[in-house]
Design a protein around this ligand. Structure first.
Ligand code: ATP
Length: 246
């Protein structure tokens, strides 16, 4: 269990978050939705230990009841922008997290290479990020994050740059991967259908300052949610967000 306790974030005189508490269960997908600017990315950056110096953060992070410092090897983070290094090839970028965690370059490439096919990146291994489309770069960043196999995976709009079919393919890939290797996932998304389709639990946030206004369990089994299950949840999320957005 990963627990955020009493997280306060300020940027200058502005309070973004004031006393946010959130527990994330192992092996569950928790989606976070909320209006633009309510602080979703700021929470993830804080969890990843990369909050910008212009923000002042205060709060406690506990893993199985013990306070931990960040960055922490149990937490893998995919930022909203792909953050690929332009001077590294795609396979070098995708292997980087594994290398940082102690794998040899060869070992890391052996683990990463077989996934290029499923990610639609076959043939791009030795290209540089500037030679790829935005959607391809986002998939490379997603690949880099999931292969690290952290106990908790923090995803900030991981599929936002993908076309509808590729997005669905990647969502299904992640669900299948989690079936084989259960992990806790914190998924930030603006796509209400994605939240309703993928998550076991959906947190709805409001802004100024950011706070949790709803914490909704999703009853149906992941990956087996047809339109009759998805539609009422989407409607509920939409009405909650409409109430909160001026
Ligand atoms: N480096 C920074 N320094 C100061 N303020 C920042 C910084 N980055 C973001 N902010 C401000 O913090 C607030 C929250 O931003 P954040 O990116 O966490 O929101 P968000 O909910 O993820 O938004 P979105 O859904 O648009 O990605 C915004 O008002 C933003 O302007």
């Amino acid at each position: 269990m990963l627990e955020i306790r009493n997280l306060c974030i300020r940027a200058g005189k502005r309070t973004l978050l004031s006393g946010l508490n959130l527990g994330l269960q192992d092996n569950r997908i928790t989606a976070v939705i909320g209006p633009s600017g309510c602080g979703k990315t700021s929470i993830l950056r804080w969890l990843a230990g990369i909050a910008p110096p212009s923000m002042h953060s205060d709060g406690e992070l506990l893993l199985d009841g013990d306070a931990i410092a960040t960055p922490h090897p149990a937490l893998c983070y995919q930022p909203q922008n792909d953050a690929l290094f332009p001077w590294l090839t795609i396979i070098q970028n995708a292997s980087l997290g594994l290398e940082i965690s102690g794998k040899s370059r060869r070992e890391a490439k052996t683990l990463v290479a077989p996934l290029f096919q499923s990610f639609g990146l076959q043939g791009c291994e030795n290209m540089f990020p500037s030679q790829l489309s935005g959607g391809m770069r986002q998939r490379a960043a997603f690949l880099r994050t999931v292969v690290q196999d952290g106990r908790f995976i923090l995803l900030d709009e991981p599929f936002s740059a993908l076309d509808a079919v590729t997005r669905l393919r990647m969502q299904k890939w992640l669900l299948a991967r989690l079936q084989d290797r259960p992990r806790g996932v914190l998924l930030i998304t603006h796509d209400l259908n994605e939240a309703a389709y993928m998550a076991d639990r959906i947190i709805v946030m409001s802004s100024s300052p950011g706070r949790i206004i709803a914490d909704l369990p999703v009853d149906h089994m992941r990956g087996q949610r047809g339109e009759t299950a998805l539609a009422p949840m989407r409607d509920k999320l939409k009405s909650l967000l409409l109430e909160e957005t001026p």
